[in-house]
Design a protein around this ligand. Structure first.
Ligand code: QAP
Ligand code: CO
Length: 171
C-alpha cells in the first residue's frame, strides 16, 4: 500500500520519534508499505515520520551497479544508535520531504551503527560512503531534523529563495 509522504513545512516533520517496542505483524506490514512508497517516489531512504508515523524506524536501499533496489537488499533499521563516527565529507543531499531541492551537507565519513531489525534482533553495521551519509540523514529525521537545517547560512538563504519561488509558481 502506498503511503502519502508529508513535506516541508509540515510541523510533524519536527517531532522526535519514539522507540519501537513491538516487532509484530503490524510493524512488518508498515515496513513493506514504506518500501513500496520509497521505490515509487524514486527514493533511496525513508524515515517513518515522513509518512506521518513518529516511530524510530527507517529504511535504506542504495542502488547496486545496475541501479536495482531489491527488497532483499533493503536495510530495515529500528532504534538506531551511531557509534565511533570518523572523518567528514560533503555530499549533495536531497529529501523526499523537500522535493526538488538538493544541496551540500557535511556528514561523518564512516560510522558503526547499532540497530534492531524487523524481528527485534540487535545488529551492528559498518558504514561508509553513501550508506553512511544516508544513515545520518535518516536518523536526523527521527530527531525532527531536516537536512536544510544543516546548511551553511548562504545555502539556507538559497533554499528559502527557491522555496518561496515554488510557492508562487503553485498559486
Ligand atoms: C536521503 O533521499 C539521502 O527532491 C534519501 O524530487 C539523500 O531518497 C541520503 C528524492 C542523499 C543520502 C544522500 C528527492 C526523490 C529522493 C527529490 C532521497 C525528488 C525525488 C531523496
Ligand atoms: Co529525508
Amino acid at each position: 500500500m502506498l503511503l502519502p509522504i508529508i513535506t516541508y513545512p509540515n510541523k510533524q516533520l519536527k517531532m522526535r520519534s519514539k522507540e519501537v517496542v513491538n516487532f509484530d505483524e503490524l510493524l512488518h506490514r508498515f515496513l513493506d508499505d514504506m518500501y513500496e512508497t520509497m521505490i515509487s517516489s524514486n527514493g533511496i531512504g525513508l524515515a517513518a515520520i515522513q509518512v506521518a508515523n513518529p516511530i524510530r524506524a527507517l529504511i535504506l536501499c542504495i542502488p547496486d551497479e545496475e541501479g536495482n533496489q531489491s527488497k532483499e537488499s533493503t536495510l530495515e533499521i529500528m532504534n538506531p544508535v551511531i557509534h565511533a563516527p570518523q572523518g567528514n565529507v560533503l555530499y549533495q543531499e536531497g529529501c523526499l520531504s523537500v522535493p526538488g531541492f538538493y544541496e551540500d551537507v557535511e556528514r561523518y565519513e564512516t560510522l558503526t551503527l547499532q540497530y534492531q531489525n524487523r524481528h527485534g534482533d540487535v545488529c551492528m553495521l559498518q558504514a561508509s560512503e553513501l550508506l553512511a551519509i544516508a544513515i545520518q540523514h535518516e536518523i536526523d529525521h527521527l530527531e525532527g531534523k531536516l537536512f536544510i537545517e544543516k546548511l551553511t547560512y548562504n545555502r539556507r538563504k538559497k533554499f528559502e529563495k527557491e522555496y518561496k519561488k515554488t510557492l508562487k509558481e503553485k498559486k
